[in-house]
Design a protein around this ligand. Structure first.
Ligand code: NAD
Length: 369
């Protein structure tokens, strides 16, 4: 979607199919035809890499959030972004001096989009500078780091939000709404498959210090988080098995493929696959006593596709990052919660499960949560 007009036209065309209660509020507001007059979340992006670029493009269509600053270690990127997004020089920082954002009244939040292993320290510095933190997934590389981040943001009185864009995605939101409304009956089984074949062996994703792990941290986390929002419960145990076929590319500390299972208090179970060695794996399946939901692709950039026992999911595709950032602005300013949480506690829950999965894979034992 290239322009704001196209974005709004698409919303108007699809407005009739949107369920009122559970559609992301920003979508509904955009559909009411009124110009937006409320507060705008002024965001600086830290880390101008591949996903940072995608978020910046998505934010061009936001009405509640605006890109106003950057934090980068590469001066040439800063020059490009300043031109492209009309960013004033006073809102540009590097990794050494970004604590000074504290003295900048024109920035409300910093979106941390750097390698996973840097999130904790960077997020805590942003919190100490008194700015809201939006942090990419995984929120950190283990639960201990996650706990420190939650604590620091609480102490600073700022929000900590995690880039769980699926929590704002209309088809996902509809499936969660159906589950909450009991339309699947008692949900008993979730299957999540998350994976792709990773390329360049020199990238940070294959460096344990920067990534905190392999496929699990990067893509398996979608199946973990998905199992929780699809079933609506928190797991109480995990088991896991690891397979490694290339110990040069996937060195110590970098998981290639892990299958894992989770048990939930109701008796529901989940069976998931996380891998850096197979393509075509982006699939969720939820089974209940009265129906099912099947989504494939389930967490890619979209369009998401899926069906339930009632038929095809027809909610519109809207750029995920646009919905997420408008939704997060609404959360910060108005306290409006998305259908599944996106706060630091939510990120921490996934990190605790990841820690448990790594332990289960290593020991071969069932790990209680
Ligand atoms: P990337 O490699 O494209 O970008 C990372 C950026 O961090 C680069 O601009 C790089 O210069 C900068 N950086 C700062 N310090 C660095 C260091 N010491 N080493 C390496 N790079 C450094 O990666 P990406 O794909 O943009 O991923 C960034 C984060 O976003 C990760 O946490 C990733 O999990 C997350 N992500 C989320 C989604 C999503 O859909 N929510 C998608 C992709 C990535």
């Amino acid at each position: 979607m290239s322009s704001r007009r196209e974005f709004l036209e698409k919303l108007t065309v699809s407005a009739v199919s949107l369920p009122i209660l559970y559609s992301p509020a920003s979508v509904l507001a955009a559909c009411d035809g009124q110009p937006y007059k409320g507060p705008v979340l002024r965001v600086a992006i830290m880390g101008l890499g591949s996903y940072g670029n995608r978020v910046a493009r998505g934010m061009e269509s936001c009405k509640r959030a605006k890109l106003v600053g950057v934090i980068s270690g590469t001066p040439s990127k800063v020059i490009d972004w300043r031109k492209k997004y009309d960013i004033p020089e006073k809102n540009c920082y590097n990794y050494k001096n970004f604590d000074q954002v504290k003295n900048n009244p024109d920035i409300d939040a910093v979106y941390v989009i750097t390698p996973n292993g840097l999130h904790c320290e960077q997020a805590i510095r942003v919190a100490k500078a008194g700015k809201h933190v939006i942090c990419e997934k995984p929120m950190a590389i283990n639960a201990e780091e996650g706990e420190r981040m939650v604590k620091a943001c609480k102490a600073a009185g700022v929000k900590l939000l995690v880039g769980y864009r699926m929590h704002f995605e209309p088809k996902t939101v509809e499936v969660i709404r159906m589950r909450k409304a009991g339309e699947f009956g008692k949900t008993k089984f979730f299957q999540g498959q998350s994976g792709f074949v990773i390329g360049d062996p020199t990238q940070w994703r294959l460096n344990p210090k920067l990534s905190g792990g392999g496929a699990m941290m990067d893509i398996g986390v979608y199946s973990i988080n998905g199992s929780r929002y699809m079933l609506g419960e928190e797991p109480i145990w995990v088991t896991a098995q690891e397979v490694k076929t290339d110990s040069v590319k996937f060195k110590e500390g970098i998981d290639e493929t892990i299958t894992f299972q989770m048990g939930f208090p109701s008796g529901a179970i989940a069976s998931c696959l996380s891998t850096y060695a197979m393509n075509n794996l982006d699939r969720f399946f939820l089974n209940g006593e009265k129906g099912f939901a099947e989504m494939q692709p389930s967490t890619g950039y979209g369009p998401i596709e899926g069906r339930t026992h009632k038929g095809k999911l027809t909610q519109p595709h809207i750029t995920h990052q646009t919905l997420q950032m408008d939704g997060m602005a609404q959360l910060i300013f108005e306290g409006v919660q998305p259908i599944a949480p996106v706060d630091g506690e939510e990120g921490l829950k996934d990190l605790k499960i990841i820690d448990a999965i790594f332990l289960a894979a290593k020991t071969g034992k069932k790990v209680e949560l």
